[in-house]
Design a binder for this molecule. Structure first.
Ligand SMILES: [Zn+2]
Length: 440
């Protein structure tokens, strides 16, 4: 051993002895209590813009008792998403929390209407309440993975204008499934939309069915002890939801509506403040809204919410599909032969784990392919419902060309199957683990 090597070894040994257990961890994941209180900081924003421009404005800050998000992997998001929100400790500059999301606003920006109009959309994020001053930065990405907009503001936890969310009078609710302690589990609220006071029993029954259905699917079925589901029976004045293409408008708790962006079966709500206000006092991190209608449709926005029509015969598979979007950050695997609008571009790898443009396929399911599998893979001779043969089949993300998926069928493609494909299962599993297990 040379003197140089000796000194280096000695310094390494001294550094190792001097480390406290928390300093030895490679990230802040084990240190929730060091940085955060057991409470929630709700940040309400307004995203405004058109097809080319956008502005992010802070609407208000709220606080709530309890934190129902993850307490591990704090400073890295599970997926990239179409946007990121990052919290940085003011004094040390350390990133102490980071999460990702997608928004209806960004979807709207790709529509024809956005070419000539400006619109604003509510966006709400729940963050752990920092113990000390922290910068919060929202970053939006465009369809080419570039930063399109960002906004940064300082949050002072002792700011007297952070308005508390009352927790003393929560909406009528019922626990549907208790996997374990909220601090260790993923908490999901199933929320009523378009059910009148007289229809509450119907809602609880619908919510129960949706909860059971999700827990039937792998990988959720193996994680029953990691999820809690609470049904929240919001009352609507009128029964049903708005269906503009039938000139049918209803006064409902969350003002949900079909025909979002003029797409008949796209069922969403734009009233995110109303939604989150209505969940005051309920432990929740993810949201599933059940709409009291037999019209076909739904919507799911990553880390925002799932909305599904509760009384259509295909309600249950649709709910699971939309939850694949809102919880798992999965892309649609279906496509249209006559789709002229482009959502995914050559040379840009989508962040969603279940589709690829073959730009960075090694980050997707390349490792799951049997040796010798041609890339792309021909679908000739395979049944449209085949879920045995993993490959790289062209068609996905609404586009018949340039986007590839792993299986002929999947819950993210049609309603004719009983499961997610194994690529989607692995992607969801990774999101669950990110919530629950500190990564190396
Ligand atoms: Zn899939």
């Amino acid at each position: 051993m040379t003197m140089k090597e000796y000194l280096r070894n000695l310094l390494t040994a001294i550094a190792f002895i001097g480390m406290t257990p928390s300093a030895m961890s490679t990230n802040i994941n084990d240190n929730y209590d060091k940085w955060f209180c057991d409470s929630t900081l709700r940040v309400d924003y307004i995203f405004t813009g058109n097809a080319k421009n956008q502005r992010i404005s802070l609407d208000e800050l709220r606080s709530a008792s309890g934190w129902y998000g993850r307490r591990v992997n704090l400073n890295k998001p599970a997926l990239r998403g179409n946007g990121t929100i990052k919290m940085t400790d003011e004094s040390t500059g350390e990133v102490i929390y980071c999460t990702s999301f997608s928004t209806l606003f960004q979807e709207w920006q790709t529509t024809e209407e956005a070419v000539s109009n400006w619109k604003s959309f509510e966006n709400i994020f729940q963050l752990p309440m920092p113990r000390k001053n922290a910068w919060v930065e929202v970053i939006l990405f465009d369809t080419h993975n570039n930063v399109s907009s960002s906004y940064k503001h300082l949050v002072k936890p002792n700011d007297i204008l952070i308005r508390p969310i009352p927790s003393t009078h929560p909406a009528a609710n019922r626990i549907l499934h208790q996997g374990g302690d909220s601090k260790k589990c993923i908490d999901i609220a199933i929320v009523a939309e378009g059910y009148t006071a007289e229809e509450q029993a119907v809602f609880y029954e619908d919510a129960e069915k949706a909860c059971r259905e999700i827990l039937k699917y792998a990988p959720f079925s193996a994680h029953k002890n990691d999820f809690n589901f609470t049904a929240v029976a919001l009352e609507s004045r009128e029964s049903g939801v708005s269906i503009p293409h039938d000139n049918l408008w209803k006064e409902t708790a969350l003002a949900a509506s079909f025909d979002t962006f003029y797409s008949q079966r796209y069922l969403t709500t734009l009233r995110l403040k109303t939604l989150h206000d209505a969940l005051a006092g309920i432990p929740y991190e993810h949201i599933i809204i059940l709409a009291n209608t037999d019209n076909y449709g739904g919507g799911g926005i990553y880390n925002s919410y799932t909305l599904s029509a509760a009384h259509h015969p295909l309600c249950l598979p649709v709910t699971v599909h939309e939850f694949g979007h809102s919880f798992g950050g999965l892309a649609d695997e279906y496509y249209y032969d006559d789709q002229y609008e482009q959502f995914y571009f050559p040379g840009i790898e989508p962040w969603e784990q279940n589709i690829t443009t073959l730009t960075a396929f090694e980050d997707k399911w390349q490792d799951m392919l049997p040796e010798g599998t041609p890339v792309p893979t021909s679908a000739d001779g395979l049944d449209a419902n085949d879920m045995e043969h993993i490959g790289v089949y062209e068609g996905g993300g609404y586009q018949s060309k340039g986007v590839f998926r792993a299986f002929m069928n999947c819950r993210m493609k049609t309603n004719d199957t009983e499961s997610f494909c194994s690529v989607c299962e692995r992607a969801i599993e990774r999101v669950i683990e990110h919530h629950l297990k500190p990564l190396e």
